[in-house]
Design a protein around this ligand. Structure first.
Ligand code: C2O
Ligand code: CU
Length: 466
C-alpha cells in the first residue's frame, strides 16, 4: 500500500507557521486572534495542486495555540466563512458557556461576526479545537487546530512535536469530493472516509532528528470518521498521556496504537538508531501498511550517546479522581441503529417515527431510542456526584463516544476500571463499557459519537450538572 494506493483505492500541506497573533497581556492573560476563512492548501503529494479548504488563520491544520497551565486564554474569533460556525475546545474542562455548542451553550457565530472565547484551562496536556456546527462538512473541509497547555514544570525533551493525523476525501482534480458530503450511505455505515492521509496537512512529512535526542510526540486523530491504526518501526515509544491526561509512563505495546477520532496520545521517543537512519510511523490495515510520517536521523550529528534518564512522568492535573461508585448516578446508554442495525423506530423531536420517516430526516442512529439532540437531558446530577454510564454498543459499527467537559475512567464489561482518564472511548460492535467520572463541572454537556457522520445522523445526547 503506497500513498497513491491509499489515494485511489480505498478510500496522507503546509507545516504550521508560527503566527504573529500572540500577545501577552498583564495578569497572565494571553490574547490570541483566530479567524476562519476559505483558503487553499497543497495537500496532494508531488503535485502542484492547491485544494480549496476551510482554515483557521489561513493554515491547514489551524495554528497551534499554546499557553502555560494557569494562564487565561482570550480568543477573539471572527467568522469569515459563508456559513455560521462555532468552536469547541475538545478535552478542555472549561466553563460551560465557552464550550462552543450551538443551541446549547451559545448561538451560532454568523458569517461576518465575532465571538470572544475566554477561559483558563485547568489541565496541562494535548488538546484540540474544531468547529461544532455542521461539523460533518466543516471538519471535513479542514476546520480544526491544536491547543497545547504546557505543564508548570515541564519534563525535559529535546523536541516537542505535534502530529495532527487526518484523512481527506479528494477527487481526481485535487478538490475536496463534495458530492459525498452529507451522503446518507456513509452516515449509516462507518462515516465518510478519506483517501488521502496527512500528518500536519502533508502527505508523508519528514522531521529531522539527531541520534540521542528525546522527542515528545503528541498524536491527535482529527479525522471525521477513520480509526487510525498506527505503529512505529523503531525506537520503542513510551506512552505518557492519553487524551491529554498523564498516565504512569509505560512502553507502547508492540509499538502500535489505535486512535479513534478525537483521541490523543503523548509519546516519548528516545532516538537510539544510528545517524542516517529513520523511524517511521506507519498507518496499517490488516497486513498492509504505509508510511504516515517519519523521523529522519541527521547523517552525522549525535546529540548524546546515552539515552537521557531524567523523569518522564508528567505532573498531575487537578482532576477530581475520587469516584464514589456506591452512591453513583447509574445510567444506561444503548447505542442503536445504522446499516444492518434493525432500527425500526425512534423518537425524533418528541415524535416516535418509523425508520422510513427517520431516513428522510437522515436520523439513522439512536441513543436509548431517541435520535438527535433531545429536549430533556439523558440524566442530571448534582455537582460533585459520581456518574456511571453503562454504554452498550448494540449495532454493527464501531463508535468513538465523547463526553464534553469531563474526563472519565472506563471498564470493559466485568473488568476493573482502567487507570487512564479519557474524554473519548472506542467501542467496537458488541462492546459494553462502563465509564465513571465525578460530575464537577456545572452546565449542559454533550455526549456524542466523534465519528462526526454518526453524530449528525442522530447519535448525540446530553447531561446536566446542577
Ligand atoms: Cu471534539 Cu463535541 O467534540
Ligand atoms: Cu459512531
Amino acid at each position: 500500500m503506497n500513498r497513491r494506493d491509499f489515494l485511489y483505492r480505498t478510500g496522507a500541506g503546509l507545516a504550521w507557521l508560527t503566527t504573529p497573533a500572540f500577545a501577552m497581556g498583564a495578569d497572565h492573560r494571553m490574547k490570541y486572534l483566530l479567524q476562519a476563512s476559505e483558503g487553499f492548501s497543497n495537500l496532494i503529494p508531488d503535485a502542484d495542486v492547491q485544494t480549496a479548504v476551510w482554515q483557521y488563520n489561513r493554515q491547514t491544520p489551524g495554528p497551534v495555540i499554546r499557553i502555560k497551565q494557569g494562564e487565561t486564554l482570550q480568543i477573539p474569533f471572527s467568522n469569515n466563512l459563508a456559513q455560521p460556525t462555532s468552536i469547541h475546545w475538545h478535552g478542555l474542562r472549561i466553563e460551560n458557556r465557552m464550550d462552543g455548542v450551538p443551541g446549547m451553550t451559545q448561538s451560532v457565530i454568523e458569517p461576518g461576526t465575532e465571538f470572544l472565547y475566554e477561559f483558563t484551562p485547568p489541565d496541562a496536556g494535548t488538546f484540540w479545537y474544531h468547529t461544532h456546527n455542521r461539523s460533518w462538512e466543516q471538519m471535513a473541509r479542514g476546520l480544526h487546530g491544536v491547543l497545547i497547555v504546557d505543564e508548570k514544570e515541564p519534563i525535559v525533551v529535546d523536541q516537542d512535536l505535534v502530529w495532527v493525523i487526518d484523512d481527506w476525501l479528494i477527487d481526481r482534480d485535487g478538490n475536496i469530493e463534495e458530492s459525498s458530503l452529507g451522503n446518507l450511505h456513509d452516515w449509516a455505515h462507518g462515516g465518510r472516509m478519506g483517501n488521502l492521509l496527512t500528518v500536519n496537512g502533508k502527505s508523508q512529512p519528514e522531521y529531522p532528528v539527531f541520534k540521542g535526542e528525546r522527542i515528545r510526540l503528541r498524536l491527535i486523530n482529527v479525522a471525521n470518521a477513520r480509526i487510525m491504526n498506527l505503529r512505529f518501526t523503531n525506537d520503542r515509544p513510551q506512552v505518557i498521556a492519553i487524551d491529554g491526561q498523564p498516565i504512569n509512563p509505560m512502553p507502547l505495546q508492540n509499538s502500535a496504537l489505535t486512535l479513534a477520532p478525537g483521541q490523543r496520545m503523548d509519546l516519548i521517543l528516545d532516538m537510539s538508531l544510528n545517524p542516517g537512519q529513520r523511524t517511521n510511523m506507519e498507518f496499517y490495515a490488516g497486513d498492509e501498511g504505509m508510511v504516515a510520517a517519519s523521523l529522519v536521523y541527521d547523517p552525522q550529528k549525535v546529540v548524546r550517546e546515552e539515552i537521557l534518564d531524567s523523569n518522564i512522568r508528567l505532573s498531575e492535573n487537578p482532576l477530581s479522581t475520587e469516584l464514589n461508585l456506591e452512591k453513583a448516578k447509574q445510567v444506561d446508554l444503548s447505542i442503536e441503529g445504522g446499516a444492518m442495525g434493525r432500527l425500526r423506530e425512534a423518537v425524533f423531536n418528541g415524535d416516535k417515527l418509523p425508520i422510513r420517516d427517520l431516513v428522510k430526516e437522515k436520523k439513522i442512529w439512536a441513543l436509548n431510542g431517541i435520535t438527535g439532540l433531545p429536549k430533556e437531558p439523558l440524566f442530571s446530577v448534582n455537582r460533585g456526584e459520581t456518574a456511571v454510564i453503562k454504554m452498550d454498543n448494540k449495532n454493527s459499527w464501531p463508535h468513538a463516544m465523547h463526553i464534553h467537559g469531563h474526563h472519565f475512567r472506563n471498564s470493559e464489561a466485568g473488568n476493573e476500571f482502567d487507570a487512564a482518564w479519557r474524554d473519548t472511548i472506542l467501542l467496537n460492535p458488541g462492546d459494553q463499557e462502563r465509564i465513571a467520572f465525578v460530575a464537577d463541572n456545572p452546565g449542559k454537556w454533550l455526549i456524542h459519537c466523534h465519528m462526526i457522520e454518526h453524530q449528525a445522523g442522530g447519535m448525540v445526547t446530553w447531561f446536566e450538572v446542577v
